[in-house]
Design a protein around this ligand. Sequence first.
Ligand SMILES: Cc1cc2nc3c(=O)[nH]c(=O)nc-3n(C[C@H](O)[C@H](O)[C@H](O)COP(=O)(O)OP(=O)(O)OC[C@H]3O[C@@H](n4cnc5c(N)ncnc54)[C@H](O)[C@@H]3O)c2cc1C
Length: 437
Amino acid sequence: MAKTIKNWGGTVVFNPKFVRYPTSHEEVVEIVKTARQNHQQVRIIGSGHSWTPLVNTNYILVSLDQYQGVETLDKANCTAVVKAGTKLKLLGELLHAEGLAMENMGDINVQSIAGALSTGTHGTGVKFGTLATQMLEITFVNGLGETVVCSEHTNREIFKAAQISLGALGIITKIKLRLVPTFKLKYVSAKADLDDTLLNLDKYKQENRNFEFYWFPHTKTVQLKLVNKTPEPPKNVGFAKKFNDVVMENGLFGFLSRISRAFPKVAPRISKISAWGVSKGTYINHSHLIFATQRLVRFYEMEYNIPQESFINVIKEIETCVNEHQFKVHFPIECRWVKADDIMISPASGRDSAYIAIHMYKGMEYKSYFDAIEQIFRKYNGRPHYGKMNTLKQTDFAELYPNWQKFMDIRQQMDPDKMFLNEYLQELFVQNALQES
Ligand SMILES: Cc1cc2nc3c(=O)[nH]c(=O)nc-3n(C[C@H](O)[C@H](O)[C@H](O)COP(=O)(O)OP(=O)(O)OC[C@H]3O[C@@H](n4cnc5c(N)ncnc54)[C@H](O)[C@@H]3O)c2cc1C
């Protein structure tokens, strides 16, 4: 019987005819070759944490959940070849045991490494690129069943396309990562005023290794997250951190969110209560444990990358828009920074960037809010996070990315039969897809 698959946000539900769990690169090659002979569509899923319809298919879904772990490790040069299905949590633990770590991560650790890299997942910090900039070499199986190995030195154009490729070039099986020696981070959570934060933005960004803030709409309150390297011993890592993560940031916030969903009119007041209750504290632990937070409250999310220099104007326009429309939203707006890269269709390609993410509690009306804010993002040449909700079409992407056509050409070369394209990806990557269908 066909298995029903649902993504984390509940925005994508589908019934693939077959779900395959290969345990080796060779098995992946076999799956692709057989599917090609039989003209069957194949999609690849990581942990299903994207909101956009990237992984859905009615035919073959490939999961690398049974292909996890570190294959080889080079401690002297701080590199590792990892199996593409490895979940970030496991990866963090395996690397830590060997004295290594990823230099930067996003704010959860349940994604697969290939899934996270393939959508341009990022953390924060002006000195760090998206996670895909940590890739040194990629091995994937293309739509012809061929094994392609690419890096900065071998098949460079293909590498620059494959680093962020939404599973549209093939199935990534192995990734060589650039790592750093294990390190500890001190995370300070503090409350501040939005206007003061904007005034001191450059200082915060430059003086902290990983800086971000959450702004509570309908208020002037922000939660600052100031994260820096430290030699100090772990602090507040046991009960205190768990209490903050599970009870304050999830339990209590989940309770307030349910009230907001039942009575949307009170959402602005709930945002004010959440702002009032911003948790202050200092936590010290190994990097992979500090980066990762728990997200037990489900929500919808839209996140755009904008040029760093437009950040203050965009935030001010969002503030005016929220106040004018009085949107029924209580989720904070998350603001992060990422260094420019040279990956073909990376949202941060060619520009130092800020990322602004807006959220709505699952089950609440989100469209009017997301549409209004998306217009502001677009006015400032915003580029959406590929895994998060947006309304852009191929023509919009082609305007935003000078190399969109080049990516489409490489995709065509890697998968001429469009085996890896579902309807959504056809629309993004195949010229005249709308007329063809
Ligand atoms: C609660 C939550 C918190 C988040 N936090 C952040 C954050 O801090 N920063 C951020 O930038 N994003 C964040 N995201 C977004 C998330 O990181 C991305 O959507 C990411 O792609 C999800 O990884 P996944 O393993 O679930 O991949 P999926 O969502 O399952 O897949 C994503 C894409 O990767 C492709 N893919 C997966 N495996 C392979 C493979 N082996 N070969 C080729 N293609 C493959 C899929 O086909 C698909 O196109 C968050 C999402 C959630 C739900």
